[in-house]
Design a binder for this molecule. Structure first.
Ligand SMILES: C[S@@+](CC[C@H](N)C(=O)[O-])C[C@H]1O[C@@H](n2cnc3c(N)ncnc32)[C@H](O)[C@@H]1O
Length: 201
């Protein structure tokens, strides 16, 4: 059995995020997570929100790690990872049931801007009407980093991949609007992150 991958950031942010998801997803039935990463968020949120199903997804390279967390947790409502590669058309998760919730954390600054554009276009195509969409991560406001640590993080990201980087909230909101998403809340979170909550028209 493989050692489970571990993210300290996920351990730190899972409870503050849950505090908001508890309300936002209170009547949501089927959540699709994009970029589940280690799988820690899926296991924690699945345990704490047993009224919904949580469909994990990521590139195949991360499936083994996500499965290791799921093997240990044994949760009936958290589903084995499917491949959602934002370069491609999304598969239909949840046995064809309508996806009325979407969650993603720390993905929009990792993928390239053209993929961010595709991400929102896919939301427009794949999500049910009135779906709730939660996007967690750092954002810039008025063209400025919201902290020195975010500025350093952005430099670090760009050294690894010039196409990555912290996104401008104004550009994100334009894409969201074009995808039929209304911004409901923009929560300030610990460590200079935000949790954006949208509702699909
Ligand atoms: C920084 S990690 C965040 C993981 C996790 N959500 C978290 O908060 O720790 C970024 C995630 O985006 C995923 N990712 C990168 N490129 C992707 C793509 N083209 N399609 C789907 N996911 C992608 C990575 O595999 C990784 O899981």
């Amino acid at each position: 059995m493989m050692n489970k991958p571990f993210s300290q950031a996920c351990e730190n942010n899972k409870q503050p995020i849950l505090n908001i998801l508890t309300t936002v997803f209170s009547s949501t039935k089927h959540v699709l997570e994009i970029g589940s990463g280690t799988g820690q968020h899926a296991v924690f949120f699945g345990q704490q929100l047993p009224h919904l199903t949580w469909q994990t997804s990521d590139l195949p390279i991360n499936h083994l790690g996500i499965n290791a967390w799921l093997d240990e947790a044994v949760l009936a409502n958290v589903q084995r990872p499917i491949t959602v590669d934002l370069h491609k058309t999304w598969p239909v998760p949840n046995n064809n049931l309508p996806v009325d919730g979407l969650y993603t954390a720390n993905t929009l600054h990792i993928i390239s801007w053209p993929l961010v554009v595709k991400f929102f276009a896919a939301i427009a195509q794949n999500l049910a009407a009135e779906a709730s969409v939660c996007i967690y991560g750092p954002f810039n406001y008025n063209g400025k980093f919201s902290s020195e640590s975010n500025a350093n993080f952005d430099s670090w990201l760009k050294e690894r991949d010039i196409n990555s980087g912290i996104r401008d909230i104004e550009a994100i909101l334009l894409l969201a609007k074009a995808a039929g998403l209304n911004l409901i809340d923009d929560h300030r979170m610990p460590a200079n992150n935000r949790l954006l909550v949208f509702s699909k028209i």
